[in-house]
Ligand binder design. Structure first.
Ligand SMILES: NC(=O)c1ccc[n+]([C@@H]2O[C@H](COP(=O)([O-])OP(=O)(O)OC[C@H]3O[C@@H](n4cnc5c(N)ncnc54)[C@H](O)[C@@H]3O)[C@@H](O)[C@H]2O)c1
Length: 596
């Protein structure tokens, strides 16, 4: 029989604590909510009422239920108020000495049978537990932000946590409507160990001015379907908390440089730019605690102004190639009203590409997304050719041929001979340096990367890759073209993986390393990222879809170019590829897909 929890305590009503109070009170449990001072208590109370009022306004909570919820919460200053609770969840700032002091005090104040839990994200639960005389009743209950929304709870058992306590807390999580994964005491547990390397890396891109905050965030939302971009997420977590988590993970987790906090984070914390809670972090908010972003000096001007930046007028576009990307890109341009010349290596290939574009447009008609007239007009705009010389008077060329540098270089040298001056020459490469392609021409200022995502007609993102020789007009033209295509163009530097792959694949690789270290299972890791961070797929699901060979190749490129030790491909990934376990396409990757 699991223990009944009728009255619990929450210590610290900040970003996490106020949400944790809401979770308990919503589920009929009485809560003693404790803060350090009357001011902090009022702030915590305001966070809770703000959140429940929003739930009422959205029709997610009845007014009577909100009133009942609030009546279950007893707001108090000081830990003495916790003498009669069955469980305490501590959610004070991420400092070991502070948490140890609080646990020693809780041990003194609370009933002998009470369970003492910490919401720490990165500190050692074991080290916190030894500040008490009951380490076997100390456990980690790690909620995710925002606690009332995110389904995951990581239950962290130390080597001395008693099995009963673990079982009781697991049953409690179920009662709260949460999904728990129970794991041992390792820095960052599952989700943060995988999330924070990625967040830190995104901050380093921003710090290096590799891309703007808006572009980094848009890239990860639109390219990977994440609910938030990494910099907006840092603001939600709180930069002070994020700093402490990274710092602890770096020190506890084997000094992985991926977790060494990027200097900018510390500077922002020192300057009081803590994120949403202080009203300013990477973005500026309406007021402290508000989720509403307001424009500031970094906010980009509307894309309509792009032409004023010297963007060239583009009417006629050449698309070179006959594969999946080329086909999709032809469709995108033709639908957007551009005149398109498709160039392949022969009439047979052109016929095939034409057929594929037609089929895809017809699907649009069947689904009611495109009228027959618009389909016919789009097709009417395309000229099918097998001769590069036909590109003599186009304004923009998009190259989407095989991913081999020698082939692309030869093609760009030819384009340089054929095309009129002032043409923008774009490559869709996803892994080769754009500058290598640019230097095959006499006009590197006009060469840029336009990295479309697959399937091009559907994916809303294009990475605009500028080399150190790309001119401002060329970039402005690329931006204007993306906007005219209805895509979000994000501008970044010419580094391996651009934005999306550079941030995504090291995270996937970290997940493989975690599995390899037997810290958790593929199922639990996938669960943790989906339910704790709102990712559309877990890392192993995604690896199986992308293909393990493709993932390994990208990871190798990143490692070779950046020489970051933490980017070294996980041996398990190499072994699976060697064994022919490539993911869905081969029937088996991290999971067996033959019977699914
Ligand atoms: N922010 C996140 O996204 C997130 C997610 C999961 C877990 N966590 C963890 O939750 C914990 C709290 O983080 P946070 O982001 O909510 O911090 P926060 O700074 O937003 O809130 C901490 C609160 O603790 C209060 N406090 C400080 N000393 C206290 C004391 N002696 N007694 C009572 N209250 C005291 C502060 O007044 C403040 O309101 C940390 O361990 C953090 O790692 C944070």
């Amino acid at each position: 029989m699991a223990r009944e929890f009728t009255r619990v305590g929450v210590v610290g009503l900040g970003t996490m604590g106020a949400g944790i109070v809401e979770v308990f009170a919503r589920n009929g449990i009485d809560v003693v909510a404790v803060e350090i001072s009357p001011t902090a208590l009022e702030r915590g109370r305001a966070t809770l009422t703000g959140s429940t009022d929003r739930a009422v306004a959205r029709g997610k909570l009845a007014e009577a239920d909100r009133d009942a919820l609030l009546s279950r919460v007893d707001f108090q200053v000081g830990l003495d108020a916790l003498h009669s609770v069955d469980l305490v969840v501590e959610a004070v700032p991420e400092h070991l000495d502070l948490k140890q002091r609080i646990f020693a005090e809780l041990d003194r104040v609370c009933k002998p049978e009470a369970i003492l839990a910490t919401n720490t994200s990165s500190l050692s639960v074991t080290e916190i537990s030894v500040a008490t005389t009951r380490p076997n009743q100390v456990i980690g209950i790690h909620f995710f932000n925002p606690a009332p929304v995110m389904k995951l709870v990581e239950v962290v058992r130390t080597v001395v946590t008693s099995a009963d306590v673990v079982a009781d807390v697991e049953a409690l999580c179920e009662r709260l409507g949460k999904v728990d994964v129970t794991i041992s005491d390792r820095a960052g547990f599952i989700a943060n160990a995988l999330l924070f390397g990625y967040l830190n890396h995104a901050v380093s891109m921003f710090e290096a001015r590799y891309a703007t905050r808006e572009d980094i965030d848009a890239a990860m939302k639109l390219g990977c379907g994440l609910p938030m971009g990494p910099l907006a997420l840092m603001d939600l977590i709180g930069l002070d908390t994020a700093y402490e988590i990274l710092d602890t993970m770096y020190r506890r987790g084997g000094r992985d440089r991926r977790h060494a906090p990027v200097p900018l984070i510390k500077q922002m914390v020192t300057a009081g730019l803590l994120g949403r809670k202080s009203g300013r972090g990477f973005y500026t908010y309406e007021r402290p605690g508000s989720p509403v972003v307001v424009p500031d000096e970094q906010t980009p001007v509307a894309t309509g102004a792009a032409l004023a930046d010297g963007a060239r007028a583009i009417a006629k576009v050449g698309v070179v190639g006959s594969g999946t990307m080329a086909t999709g890109i032809i469709e995108v341009f033709a639908k957007a009203g551009y005149e398109v010349i498709s160039v392949t290596r022969g009439a047979e290939k052109s016929a095939k590409v034409c057929e594929t574009v037609k089929t895809s447009l017809n699907k649009g008609v069947v689904r009611g997304k495109l009228s027959e007239a618009d389909r016919d007009a789009a097709l009417g705009r395309v000229t099918w050719s097998a001769t590069l010389e036909h590109l003599v008077d186009v304004d923009l060329v998009v190259e989407a041929v095989v991913e081999e540098l020698s082939v692309k270089k030869a093609l760009f040298a030819s384009l340089d001979e054929i095309c009129k001056p002032g043409v923008v020459l774009a490559t869709t490469t996803s892994s080769l340096p754009v500058i290598d392609v640019a230097m095959a021409t006499q006009r590197p200022a006009d060469v840029i990367g336009l990295h479309f995502f697959n399937p091009a007609p559907i994916m809303p993102l294009v990475e605009i890759v500028q080399t150190i020789r790309t001119s401002a007009e060329t970039t402005a033209t690329a931006r204007a073209v993306c906007a005219a295509l209805g895509k979000t163009g994000v501008v970044c530097g010419d580094r391996s993986g651009f934005i999306v792959n550079a941030l995504l694949f090291p995270y996937l690789n970290d997940a493989v390393k975690m599995l390899e270290a037997s810290y958790s299972t593929a199922d639990d890791i996938d669960h943790a990222m989906k339910l704790g961070c709102g990712y559309p797929m877990g890392p192993f699901e995604l690896l199986d879809v992308v293909g393990l060979d493709v993932s390994l190749a990208i990871q190798r490129e990143l490692y070779l170019e950046l020489r970051e030790p933490g980017f070294a491909p996980a041996p398990l990934l190499e072994h699976l590829v060697t064994a022919g376990y490539l993911g869905r396409k081969s029937g088996r990757g991290f999971r067996d897909h033959t019977n699914r």
